[in-house]
Design a protein around this ligand. Structure first.
Ligand code: MV4
Length: 458
Protein backbone atom coordinates (compact mmCIF):
# COMPACT_ATOMS: atom_id res chain seq x y z
CA UNK A 1 0.00 0.00 0.00
CA UNK A 2 1.37 3.41 -0.92
CA UNK A 3 1.98 5.27 2.32
CA UNK A 4 3.24 8.76 2.86
CA UNK A 5 1.81 11.94 1.43
CA UNK A 6 -0.77 11.80 -1.36
CA UNK A 7 0.00 13.70 -4.57
CA UNK A 8 -3.45 13.22 -6.08
CA UNK A 9 -6.88 12.16 -4.75
CA UNK A 10 -10.01 11.15 -6.69
CA UNK A 11 -13.35 12.21 -5.23
CA UNK A 12 -15.95 9.50 -5.90
CA UNK A 13 -18.94 11.75 -5.26
CA UNK A 14 -20.79 14.87 -6.41
CA UNK A 15 -22.55 17.90 -4.92
CA UNK A 16 -21.52 19.82 -1.85
CA UNK A 17 -19.47 16.99 -0.31
CA UNK A 18 -17.33 16.66 -3.45
CA UNK A 19 -16.64 20.41 -3.23
CA UNK A 20 -15.92 20.03 0.52
CA UNK A 21 -13.35 17.29 -0.12
CA UNK A 22 -11.73 19.29 -2.97
CA UNK A 23 -11.39 22.25 -0.54
CA UNK A 24 -9.60 20.03 2.00
CA UNK A 25 -7.26 18.66 -0.70
CA UNK A 26 -6.40 22.16 -1.93
CA UNK A 27 -5.47 23.22 1.60
CA UNK A 28 -3.26 20.14 1.94
CA UNK A 29 -1.57 20.78 -1.42
CA UNK A 30 -3.08 17.66 -2.98
CA UNK A 31 -4.16 17.52 -6.65
CA UNK A 32 -7.80 16.51 -7.22
CA UNK A 33 -9.68 14.42 -9.76
CA UNK A 34 -13.45 14.80 -10.07
CA UNK A 35 -15.66 12.15 -11.65
CA UNK A 36 -19.07 13.14 -12.96
CA UNK A 37 -22.16 11.81 -14.68
CA UNK A 38 -23.55 13.23 -17.92
CA UNK A 39 -26.09 15.19 -15.80
CA UNK A 40 -23.29 16.86 -13.81
CA UNK A 41 -21.10 18.22 -16.59
CA UNK A 42 -21.64 21.77 -15.27
CA UNK A 43 -21.51 20.94 -11.54
CA UNK A 44 -19.11 22.89 -9.30
CA UNK A 45 -17.04 19.86 -8.33
CA UNK A 46 -16.08 19.42 -12.00
CA UNK A 47 -14.99 23.05 -12.20
CA UNK A 48 -13.00 23.13 -8.97
CA UNK A 49 -11.06 19.89 -9.44
CA UNK A 50 -7.72 19.89 -11.26
CA UNK A 51 -8.93 17.09 -13.57
CA UNK A 52 -12.39 15.72 -14.31
CA UNK A 53 -13.56 12.54 -16.01
CA UNK A 54 -17.06 11.64 -17.15
CA UNK A 55 -17.87 8.17 -15.80
CA UNK A 56 -21.31 7.49 -17.28
CA UNK A 57 -24.96 8.45 -17.64
CA UNK A 58 -27.10 10.31 -15.11
CA UNK A 59 -28.42 7.26 -13.28
CA UNK A 60 -26.22 6.65 -10.20
CA UNK A 61 -26.05 2.90 -10.83
CA UNK A 62 -24.24 3.64 -14.09
CA UNK A 63 -21.99 6.47 -12.80
CA UNK A 64 -21.40 7.26 -9.12
CA UNK A 65 -22.08 3.64 -8.13
CA UNK A 66 -20.23 2.09 -11.10
CA UNK A 67 -17.12 0.67 -9.45
CA UNK A 68 -15.22 -0.39 -12.62
CA UNK A 69 -15.70 3.10 -14.14
CA UNK A 70 -14.43 4.80 -11.00
CA UNK A 71 -11.45 2.47 -10.60
CA UNK A 72 -10.60 3.01 -14.30
CA UNK A 73 -10.76 6.78 -13.79
CA UNK A 74 -8.44 6.41 -10.77
CA UNK A 75 -5.98 4.32 -12.77
CA UNK A 76 -6.00 6.60 -15.83
CA UNK A 77 -5.27 9.63 -13.65
CA UNK A 78 -2.81 7.75 -11.42
CA UNK A 79 -4.28 8.89 -8.08
CA UNK A 80 -2.92 7.74 -4.73
CA UNK A 81 -6.28 7.63 -2.96
CA UNK A 82 -10.07 7.82 -3.32
CA UNK A 83 -12.31 9.84 -1.00
CA UNK A 84 -15.87 8.43 -1.21
CA UNK A 85 -17.74 11.28 0.58
CA UNK A 86 -21.08 10.11 2.03
CA UNK A 87 -23.75 7.95 0.38
CA UNK A 88 -22.91 6.21 -2.93
CA UNK A 89 -19.89 3.87 -2.34
CA UNK A 90 -18.83 5.33 1.00
CA UNK A 91 -19.86 2.33 3.12
CA UNK A 92 -19.38 -0.35 0.49
CA UNK A 93 -16.84 -2.81 1.95
CA UNK A 94 -16.39 -4.47 -1.46
CA UNK A 95 -15.43 -1.14 -3.04
CA UNK A 96 -12.95 -0.37 -0.25
CA UNK A 97 -11.46 -3.83 -0.88
CA UNK A 98 -11.20 -3.27 -4.66
CA UNK A 99 -9.43 0.05 -4.03
CA UNK A 100 -6.87 -1.59 -1.77
CA UNK A 101 -6.23 -4.50 -4.16
CA UNK A 102 -5.77 -1.93 -6.97
CA UNK A 103 -3.12 -0.19 -4.91
CA UNK A 104 -5.32 2.84 -4.25
CA UNK A 105 -5.81 3.98 -0.64
CA UNK A 106 -9.51 4.11 0.34
CA UNK A 107 -10.03 7.12 2.64
CA UNK A 108 -12.15 5.39 5.25
CA UNK A 109 -12.06 2.40 7.59
CA UNK A 110 -10.68 -1.01 6.59
CA UNK A 111 -13.04 -3.18 4.50
CA UNK A 112 -13.62 -5.74 7.27
CA UNK A 113 -14.51 -2.98 9.74
CA UNK A 114 -16.94 -1.37 7.26
CA UNK A 115 -18.51 -4.83 6.84
CA UNK A 116 -19.00 -5.22 10.61
CA UNK A 117 -20.67 -1.80 10.94
CA UNK A 118 -23.05 -2.77 8.12
CA UNK A 119 -24.35 -5.82 9.97
CA UNK A 120 -26.38 -3.97 12.56
CA UNK A 121 -27.03 -6.74 15.09
CA UNK A 122 -23.31 -7.62 15.05
CA UNK A 123 -22.30 -4.01 15.66
CA UNK A 124 -24.85 -3.98 18.51
CA UNK A 125 -23.47 -7.20 20.02
CA UNK A 126 -19.94 -5.85 19.81
CA UNK A 127 -20.83 -2.56 21.55
CA UNK A 128 -22.72 -4.43 24.26
CA UNK A 129 -19.72 -6.68 24.89
CA UNK A 130 -17.56 -3.54 25.16
CA UNK A 131 -19.78 -2.05 27.87
CA UNK A 132 -21.45 0.57 25.62
CA UNK A 133 -25.15 0.69 26.63
CA UNK A 134 -27.60 -0.95 24.19
CA UNK A 135 -31.34 -1.55 24.40
CA UNK A 136 -32.75 -4.89 25.57
CA UNK A 137 -33.23 -7.08 22.51
CA UNK A 138 -32.25 -10.17 20.54
CA UNK A 139 -28.73 -11.64 20.76
CA UNK A 140 -28.46 -11.89 16.98
CA UNK A 141 -30.87 -12.35 14.09
CA UNK A 142 -34.28 -13.89 14.80
CA UNK A 143 -34.84 -17.33 13.28
CA UNK A 144 -38.68 -17.24 13.28
CA UNK A 145 -41.73 -15.34 14.63
CA UNK A 146 -41.98 -17.67 17.65
CA UNK A 147 -38.52 -16.69 18.82
CA UNK A 148 -39.52 -13.03 18.40
CA UNK A 149 -42.77 -13.60 20.39
CA UNK A 150 -40.92 -15.27 23.26
CA UNK A 151 -38.32 -12.49 23.48
CA UNK A 152 -40.83 -9.64 23.12
CA UNK A 153 -42.88 -11.24 25.93
CA UNK A 154 -39.81 -11.07 28.19
CA UNK A 155 -38.78 -7.51 27.20
CA UNK A 156 -42.30 -6.08 27.12
CA UNK A 157 -44.07 -4.21 24.31
CA UNK A 158 -43.62 -2.02 22.34
CA UNK A 159 -40.66 -3.56 20.50
CA UNK A 160 -39.17 -2.76 17.11
CA UNK A 161 -38.09 -5.17 14.36
CA UNK A 162 -35.12 -3.95 12.36
CA UNK A 163 -33.39 -5.17 9.22
CA UNK A 164 -29.89 -6.47 9.90
CA UNK A 165 -28.63 -4.70 6.76
CA UNK A 166 -31.04 -1.79 7.25
CA UNK A 167 -30.81 1.94 6.95
CA UNK A 168 -33.10 4.90 6.47
CA UNK A 169 -35.90 3.17 8.36
CA UNK A 170 -36.51 0.50 5.71
CA UNK A 171 -37.37 -2.95 7.04
CA UNK A 172 -38.38 -1.45 10.39
CA UNK A 173 -41.68 -2.32 12.13
CA UNK A 174 -42.93 -1.16 15.54
CA UNK A 175 -44.87 -3.89 17.34
CA UNK A 176 -47.39 -2.80 20.00
CA UNK A 177 -48.58 -6.23 21.08
CA UNK A 178 -48.17 -9.98 20.55
CA UNK A 179 -51.17 -10.19 18.20
CA UNK A 180 -49.43 -7.98 15.60
CA UNK A 181 -46.03 -9.60 15.81
CA UNK A 182 -46.22 -12.55 13.35
CA UNK A 183 -47.62 -10.38 10.53
CA UNK A 184 -45.15 -7.55 11.09
CA UNK A 185 -42.27 -10.03 11.33
CA UNK A 186 -43.08 -11.31 7.82
CA UNK A 187 -43.44 -7.74 6.50
CA UNK A 188 -40.10 -6.66 7.97
CA UNK A 189 -38.36 -9.73 6.51
CA UNK A 190 -39.91 -9.19 3.08
CA UNK A 191 -39.06 -5.49 2.99
CA UNK A 192 -35.50 -6.22 4.12
CA UNK A 193 -35.10 -9.01 1.56
CA UNK A 194 -36.27 -6.76 -1.26
CA UNK A 195 -34.19 -3.72 -0.25
CA UNK A 196 -30.99 -5.28 1.08
CA UNK A 197 -28.62 -8.22 0.70
CA UNK A 198 -30.39 -10.26 3.40
CA UNK A 199 -33.90 -10.62 4.90
CA UNK A 200 -32.43 -11.01 8.42
CA UNK A 201 -34.18 -9.06 11.17
CA UNK A 202 -33.47 -8.48 14.86
CA UNK A 203 -35.47 -7.00 17.71
CA UNK A 204 -35.08 -4.20 20.26
CA UNK A 205 -37.14 -2.51 22.95
CA UNK A 206 -38.87 0.44 21.23
CA UNK A 207 -38.25 3.96 22.57
CA UNK A 208 -41.07 6.39 21.79
CA UNK A 209 -40.04 9.84 20.55
CA UNK A 210 -36.34 9.59 21.49
CA UNK A 211 -33.66 12.16 20.88
CA UNK A 212 -31.14 11.17 18.21
CA UNK A 213 -27.63 11.90 19.45
CA UNK A 214 -24.40 10.86 17.73
CA UNK A 215 -20.70 10.97 18.55
CA UNK A 216 -18.05 11.84 16.00
CA UNK A 217 -14.97 9.61 16.20
CA UNK A 218 -11.52 10.05 14.66
CA UNK A 219 -9.04 7.17 14.79
CA UNK A 220 -5.56 6.94 13.31
CA UNK A 221 -3.78 3.87 11.93
CA UNK A 222 -1.55 3.60 15.02
CA UNK A 223 -4.32 2.75 17.53
CA UNK A 224 -5.09 6.28 18.74
CA UNK A 225 -8.82 7.15 19.02
CA UNK A 226 -10.45 10.49 19.86
CA UNK A 227 -14.15 10.93 20.55
CA UNK A 228 -15.34 14.40 19.55
CA UNK A 229 -18.35 16.17 21.09
CA UNK A 230 -21.82 14.92 20.18
CA UNK A 231 -24.32 16.22 17.65
CA UNK A 232 -28.06 16.29 18.21
CA UNK A 233 -30.00 15.33 15.07
CA UNK A 234 -33.54 14.88 16.39
CA UNK A 235 -35.12 17.33 13.92
CA UNK A 236 -35.79 15.06 10.98
CA UNK A 237 -38.57 14.15 8.60
CA UNK A 238 -38.96 10.66 7.12
CA UNK A 239 -35.43 9.76 8.24
CA UNK A 240 -33.97 12.86 6.54
CA UNK A 241 -32.30 15.17 9.03
CA UNK A 242 -33.25 18.84 8.68
CA UNK A 243 -31.47 20.63 11.53
CA UNK A 244 -28.46 19.42 13.51
CA UNK A 245 -26.55 21.02 16.35
CA UNK A 246 -23.59 20.62 18.65
CA UNK A 247 -23.46 20.29 21.58
CA UNK A 248 -26.82 18.61 22.34
CA UNK A 249 -29.02 20.69 24.67
CA UNK A 250 -29.62 17.42 26.55
CA UNK A 251 -25.96 16.59 27.22
CA UNK A 252 -23.79 17.28 30.24
CA UNK A 253 -20.04 16.96 30.80
CA UNK A 254 -20.32 13.86 32.98
CA UNK A 255 -22.39 11.84 30.47
CA UNK A 256 -20.25 13.08 27.56
CA UNK A 257 -17.11 11.98 29.39
CA UNK A 258 -18.53 8.54 30.21
CA UNK A 259 -19.61 7.94 26.62
CA UNK A 260 -16.30 9.16 25.22
CA UNK A 261 -14.37 6.78 27.48
CA UNK A 262 -16.53 3.77 26.57
CA UNK A 263 -16.43 4.55 22.84
CA UNK A 264 -12.70 5.16 22.81
CA UNK A 265 -12.10 1.66 24.16
CA UNK A 266 -14.68 0.04 21.84
CA UNK A 267 -13.37 1.71 18.68
CA UNK A 268 -9.76 0.92 19.52
CA UNK A 269 -10.64 -2.75 20.13
CA UNK A 270 -12.58 -2.91 16.84
CA UNK A 271 -9.51 -1.63 14.98
CA UNK A 272 -11.59 1.27 13.71
CA UNK A 273 -9.68 3.79 11.61
CA UNK A 274 -10.48 7.15 9.98
CA UNK A 275 -13.72 9.08 10.70
CA UNK A 276 -16.95 7.50 11.92
CA UNK A 277 -20.12 8.28 13.78
CA UNK A 278 -21.73 6.29 16.57
CA UNK A 279 -25.51 6.78 16.78
CA UNK A 280 -27.53 6.69 19.99
CA UNK A 281 -31.11 7.15 21.07
CA UNK A 282 -31.77 9.09 24.27
CA UNK A 283 -34.87 8.20 26.29
CA UNK A 284 -36.94 10.55 28.47
CA UNK A 285 -34.73 9.74 31.48
CA UNK A 286 -31.71 11.05 29.56
CA UNK A 287 -30.15 7.59 29.12
CA UNK A 288 -28.25 6.86 25.89
CA UNK A 289 -28.44 3.57 23.98
CA UNK A 290 -26.25 2.62 21.01
CA UNK A 291 -28.23 1.87 17.83
CA UNK A 292 -25.81 1.89 14.91
CA UNK A 293 -22.50 3.02 13.50
CA UNK A 294 -21.75 4.98 10.32
CA UNK A 295 -18.37 4.33 8.72
CA UNK A 296 -18.15 7.58 6.74
CA UNK A 297 -18.06 11.35 7.02
CA UNK A 298 -21.59 12.65 7.73
CA UNK A 299 -23.52 15.49 6.11
CA UNK A 300 -23.66 17.28 9.48
CA UNK A 301 -19.91 17.17 10.24
CA UNK A 302 -19.56 21.01 9.98
CA UNK A 303 -21.30 21.64 13.34
CA UNK A 304 -18.58 19.58 15.02
CA UNK A 305 -15.91 21.45 13.04
CA UNK A 306 -17.30 24.78 14.28
CA UNK A 307 -17.32 23.84 17.99
CA UNK A 308 -13.97 22.02 17.98
CA UNK A 309 -11.99 23.90 15.32
CA UNK A 310 -10.99 20.52 13.84
CA UNK A 311 -11.18 20.09 10.04
CA UNK A 312 -12.68 16.60 9.93
CA UNK A 313 -12.16 16.05 6.19
CA UNK A 314 -8.52 17.12 6.34
CA UNK A 315 -8.15 14.81 9.35
CA UNK A 316 -9.59 11.92 7.27
CA UNK A 317 -7.05 12.49 4.50
CA UNK A 318 -4.12 12.90 6.89
CA UNK A 319 -5.10 9.75 8.82
CA UNK A 320 -5.20 7.84 5.51
CA UNK A 321 -1.69 9.16 4.79
CA UNK A 322 -0.57 7.40 7.97
CA UNK A 323 -0.23 10.53 10.10
CA UNK A 324 -0.74 10.38 13.86
CA UNK A 325 -3.82 11.87 15.52
CA UNK A 326 -1.55 13.66 18.00
CA UNK A 327 0.05 15.58 15.12
CA UNK A 328 -3.31 16.29 13.49
CA UNK A 329 -5.21 17.52 16.56
CA UNK A 330 -2.32 19.18 18.45
CA UNK A 331 -3.94 19.45 21.85
CA UNK A 332 -7.05 18.47 23.76
CA UNK A 333 -10.48 18.49 22.10
CA UNK A 334 -12.78 21.11 23.61
CA UNK A 335 -16.35 22.33 22.96
CA UNK A 336 -16.38 26.05 22.15
CA UNK A 337 -19.79 27.73 21.88
CA UNK A 338 -22.66 26.24 19.91
CA UNK A 339 -23.24 25.41 16.24
CA UNK A 340 -26.39 24.81 14.18
CA UNK A 341 -26.86 23.44 10.67
CA UNK A 342 -29.93 23.83 8.44
CA UNK A 343 -30.05 21.55 5.41
CA UNK A 344 -31.40 23.62 2.53
CA UNK A 345 -33.16 21.19 0.20
CA UNK A 346 -34.68 21.82 -3.23
CA UNK A 347 -38.18 20.67 -2.37
CA UNK A 348 -41.83 21.60 -2.63
CA UNK A 349 -42.83 23.23 0.67
CA UNK A 350 -46.25 21.52 0.74
CA UNK A 351 -45.48 18.00 -0.49
CA UNK A 352 -41.72 17.92 0.27
CA UNK A 353 -41.25 16.36 -3.19
CA UNK A 354 -37.84 17.14 -4.72
CA UNK A 355 -37.98 20.32 -6.82
CA UNK A 356 -35.50 20.17 -9.70
CA UNK A 357 -34.88 23.06 -12.10
CA UNK A 358 -32.83 26.17 -12.77
CA UNK A 359 -31.70 28.53 -10.02
CA UNK A 360 -32.36 31.96 -11.53
CA UNK A 361 -31.19 34.10 -8.62
CA UNK A 362 -28.74 33.20 -5.86
CA UNK A 363 -27.20 35.03 -2.95
CA UNK A 364 -25.40 33.42 -0.01
CA UNK A 365 -25.18 34.88 3.49
CA UNK A 366 -21.77 35.35 5.06
CA UNK A 367 -20.15 37.26 7.87
CA UNK A 368 -19.11 36.25 11.33
CA UNK A 369 -19.94 32.71 12.41
CA UNK A 370 -21.68 31.79 9.15
CA UNK A 371 -20.62 28.99 6.79
CA UNK A 372 -22.31 27.81 3.61
CA UNK A 373 -21.31 24.48 2.04
CA UNK A 374 -22.88 24.29 -1.42
CA UNK A 375 -22.38 23.26 -5.00
CA UNK A 376 -24.98 25.54 -6.63
CA UNK A 377 -24.63 28.95 -8.30
CA UNK A 378 -26.74 31.42 -10.34
CA UNK A 379 -28.15 29.81 -13.49
CA UNK A 380 -27.16 26.29 -12.51
CA UNK A 381 -29.60 23.46 -13.13
CA UNK A 382 -30.43 21.00 -10.36
CA UNK A 383 -30.77 17.57 -11.95
CA UNK A 384 -33.65 15.35 -10.79
CA UNK A 385 -31.50 12.23 -10.35
CA UNK A 386 -29.80 12.79 -7.00
CA UNK A 387 -30.60 13.92 -3.48
CA UNK A 388 -32.20 17.32 -2.99
CA UNK A 389 -29.54 18.93 -0.77
CA UNK A 390 -28.49 22.24 -2.35
CA UNK A 391 -26.68 23.87 0.58
CA UNK A 392 -25.84 23.48 4.23
CA UNK A 393 -26.18 26.68 6.21
CA UNK A 394 -24.13 26.48 9.39
CA UNK A 395 -23.84 29.05 12.17
CA UNK A 396 -21.65 29.31 15.25
CA UNK A 397 -22.26 31.43 18.33
CA UNK A 398 -20.94 31.85 21.85
CA UNK A 399 -24.04 30.00 23.00
CA UNK A 400 -27.16 28.33 21.53
CA UNK A 401 -29.19 31.56 21.61
CA UNK A 402 -26.59 33.41 19.54
CA UNK A 403 -26.28 30.51 17.06
CA UNK A 404 -30.09 30.60 16.60
CA UNK A 405 -30.23 34.37 16.09
CA UNK A 406 -27.33 34.15 13.66
CA UNK A 407 -29.14 31.37 11.76
CA UNK A 408 -32.29 33.50 11.55
CA UNK A 409 -30.42 36.44 10.06
CA UNK A 410 -28.48 34.16 7.70
CA UNK A 411 -31.76 32.59 6.48
CA UNK A 412 -33.04 36.15 5.85
CA UNK A 413 -29.96 36.82 3.71
CA UNK A 414 -30.09 33.54 1.77
CA UNK A 415 -31.77 34.08 -1.59
CA UNK A 416 -32.50 31.14 -3.87
CA UNK A 417 -34.87 31.95 -6.77
CA UNK A 418 -36.33 29.69 -9.45
CA UNK A 419 -36.83 26.60 -7.30
CA UNK A 420 -38.64 25.87 -4.05
CA UNK A 421 -36.48 25.26 -0.99
CA UNK A 422 -36.82 24.29 2.67
CA UNK A 423 -35.85 27.82 3.84
CA UNK A 424 -39.45 28.68 4.94
CA UNK A 425 -39.63 25.38 6.87
CA UNK A 426 -36.40 26.24 8.69
CA UNK A 427 -37.80 29.62 9.75
CA UNK A 428 -40.79 27.82 11.31
CA UNK A 429 -38.58 25.30 13.10
CA UNK A 430 -36.35 28.02 14.58
CA UNK A 431 -39.38 30.05 15.73
CA UNK A 432 -40.99 27.08 17.51
CA UNK A 433 -41.05 27.39 21.33
CA UNK A 434 -39.96 23.75 21.77
CA UNK A 435 -36.99 24.30 19.47
CA UNK A 436 -36.03 27.49 21.27
CA UNK A 437 -36.21 25.67 24.60
CA UNK A 438 -34.14 22.75 23.26
CA UNK A 439 -37.08 20.35 23.84
CA UNK A 440 -36.29 18.10 20.88
CA UNK A 441 -37.20 14.57 19.88
CA UNK A 442 -37.73 12.68 16.64
CA UNK A 443 -41.46 13.52 16.75
CA UNK A 444 -40.84 17.30 16.61
CA UNK A 445 -41.51 17.83 12.88
CA UNK A 446 -44.57 15.57 12.90
CA UNK A 447 -46.10 17.59 15.75
CA UNK A 448 -45.17 20.92 14.16
CA UNK A 449 -46.72 20.00 10.82
CA UNK A 450 -49.87 18.34 12.18
CA UNK A 451 -50.50 19.58 15.73
CA UNK A 452 -53.89 17.76 15.75
CA UNK A 453 -51.90 14.52 15.92
CA UNK A 454 -49.61 15.78 18.69
CA UNK A 455 -51.29 13.52 21.24
CA UNK A 456 -50.08 10.48 19.28
CA UNK A 457 -46.32 10.22 19.76
CA UNK A 458 -44.14 9.52 16.72
C1 MV4 B 1 -35.34 3.04 16.97
C2 MV4 B 1 -36.36 3.89 17.43
C3 MV4 B 1 -36.94 3.60 18.65
N1 MV4 B 1 -36.54 2.53 19.35
N2 MV4 B 1 -34.97 1.99 17.72
C4 MV4 B 1 -34.86 4.98 12.64
C5 MV4 B 1 -33.82 4.75 11.60
C6 MV4 B 1 -32.77 3.89 12.20
N3 MV4 B 1 -31.50 4.46 12.00
C7 MV4 B 1 -33.11 3.76 13.65
N4 MV4 B 1 -34.40 4.40 13.84
C8 MV4 B 1 -35.07 4.28 15.03
N5 MV4 B 1 -34.71 3.25 15.82
C9 MV4 B 1 -35.56 1.74 18.89
N6 MV4 B 1 -35.20 0.68 19.60
C10 MV4 B 1 -36.72 4.98 16.64
C11 MV4 B 1 -36.07 5.18 15.43
C12 MV4 B 1 -36.47 6.35 14.70
C13 MV4 B 1 -35.59 7.41 14.52
C14 MV4 B 1 -34.27 7.37 14.98
C15 MV4 B 1 -33.43 8.43 14.80
C16 MV4 B 1 -33.89 9.56 14.14
C17 MV4 B 1 -35.17 9.62 13.66
C18 MV4 B 1 -36.04 8.55 13.84
C19 MV4 B 1 -37.34 8.63 13.36
C20 MV4 B 1 -38.20 7.57 13.53
C21 MV4 B 1 -37.76 6.43 14.20
Amino acid sequence: MPSGRFKKVLIANRGEIAVRVISACKELGIQTVAVYSEADRYSSHVRFADQALCIGPAKSARSYLDQPSIISAAEITNVDAIHPGYGFLSENAGFAQVCETSGIKFIGPKPEVIRLTGVKEQARAFMRKMGVPTLPGSEGVLQNPDEALELAGQIGYPVILKASAGGGGRGMRVVDGAADLPGLFTQAQQEAGAAFSTPDVYLEKYIRAPRHIEFQVLADEHGQVEVLPERECSIQRRHQKLVEESPSPAMNDRLRGEMAAALKKAMATAGYTNAGTVEFLMDEQGKLYFIEMNARVQVEHPVTEFVTGIDIVKAQIRIAQGERLGDILRGPVEVRGHALECRINAENPETFAPSAGRITGFHMPGGMGVRVDTWVYTDCVIPPFYDSLVAKLVTHGVDRAEAIRRMNRALDMFIIEGIHTSIPLHRRILAHPDFQAGRLDTGFIGRMLSPEKAAIPA
